[in-house]
Design a protein around this ligand. Structure first.
Ligand SMILES: *Cc1c(COP(=O)(O)O)cnc(C)c1O
Length: 378
């Protein structure tokens, strides 16, 4: 039977050679390669600072910690996102306040934001779902009006922009993921991007035990004593991770062009067949992280089975966070609390979309989706 993998990574000889070069050197932990990656990442996004971390989750947790988020505080988080977005709020002892989405893009519905803001609201966390950016200009205005901070969840979006604004440019901090399936990857990894130098100082302490000198500072020539000034964590990116990421960052826009072509073909084919998918708005460049279609109501799991019988790898991004057992038990959410996020959760299917996808695989996916829709409507 024909099979189409859900995902294949795009790592090749350049990345392998880059990692091998690091292995031939002395620095395996946070050193010159991490610094080089951080500088290149800041330059790509047009921001002042990048701090390399071990995951998005550790990045976002440390940003919230650096801002002093604690019990009694509220952080507004989409209901339609990956669980990690809300989990980091829980880890601080604060309360995630969920916000519903707009059906066209899957992103948070900014019309619903102001009614959720209370005296306890400290942070709003927009997620650029699937790579399509939230309206950061409008969000910044609302955040300024109520004096709350913006932490962008950019796990899906490095290459995107909206109205000319890139990730990290209008927020107080933006967190990225380099997890195995993300647009650039080192297996596991992450970063924080910010223009706030005082946040950088705090994050550098928090990512390395609270030590006032990094390994690179301690071992440059002569030994130097160091001190611990606060209780930190262990989340520093290492040079092996950084050396895998650097070549990918150099070609990120070329890879986006290939994904754009695949997505354009999907969009044209699905328009002709009247099949809904998550839209990229005209003023937006999507980072094209995931391509998601919407199955007819009540038919998603049938379509999911059909596509898997056809040998096509699929995923669901995402069933809403508030209906996960943990959140239902803790906060008593029921069906109907966030209707659009729930509708997306009930109808969405992510189909294969990555640069190594072959032409014949792309048309096989399209034909199978169309066949599946026809069968469901019979
Ligand atoms: C992958 C993902 C995360 C978590 O990233 P990690 O690097 O695995 O911690 C957070 N938010 C979203 C939207 C994600 O897709």
């Amino acid at each position: 039977m024909k099979t189409v993998d859900f995902y294949k990574h795009n790592l090749d000889t350049e990345e392998i050679n880059s990692v091998v070069e690091t292995m031939h050197g002395t620095f395996l932990t946070t050193g010159p390669k991490t610094k080089l990656f951080e500088d290149k990442f800041s330059k790509y996004l047009g921001v002042d600072f990048t701090i390399g971390m071990t995951s998005w989750t550790n990045s976002a947790f440390l940003v919230l910690k650096a801002w002093g988020i604690k019990e009694g505080d509220e952080v507004i988080v989409p209901a339609a996102t990956f669980i990690a977005s809300a989990n980091v709020v829980e880890h601080c002892g604060a309360k995630p306040i969920f916000i519903d989405s707009e059906l066209s893009t899957g992103n948070i519905d900014l019309d619903k934001l102001e009614s959720l803001i209370t005296n306890n609201t400290k942070v709003i966390m927009p997620v650029h779902l699937y790579g399509h950016m939230v309206d950061m200009k409008r969000l910044r205005k609302i955040a300024n009006k109520y004096n709350i901070k913006i932490l962008e969840d950019c796990a899906h979006c490095i290459e995107g922009s909206r109205d000319g604004i890139q990730p990290g440019q209008l927020s107080d901090a933006a967190c990225f993921s380099f997890y195995a399936t993300k647009n650039i990857t080192c297996g596991e990894g992450g970063a924080v991007v910010t223009n706030d130098s005082s946040l950088v100082d705090k994050l550098k302490l928090l990512r390395l035990h609270g030590m006032d000198k990094s390994a690179a500072d301690r071992y440059s020539g002569t030994y130097k004593h160091w001190d611990m000034t606060e209780l930190g964590y262990k989340s520093n990116m290492n040079d092996i991770q950084a050396s895998m990421l650097i070549p990918q960052l150099n070609k990120i826009d070329d890879v986006l062009k290939i994904k754009e072509e695949i997505c354009n073909y999907y969009e044209k084919s699905f328009n002709d067949a009247n099949i809904e998918y998550m839209k990229v708005l005209p003023n937006t460049i999507s980072a094209r992280h995931l391509f998601t279609i919407l199955a007819p109501e009540g038919k998603r799991d049938d379509l999911l089975s059909f596509l898997q019988e056809k040998g096509i790898g699929v995923a669901v991004n995402f069933r809403p966070v508030h209906l996960m057992q943990y959140y239902k038990d803790k906060y008593g959410y029921n069906l109907g609390a966030f209707p659009i996020a729930e509708q997306i959760g009930d109808r969405t299917i992510t189909i294969p979309m990555y640069p190594k996808l072959l032409k014949e695989e792309i048309s096989y996916v399209v034909n199978s989706v169309i066949e599946g829709f026809k069968k469901l409507n019979d």
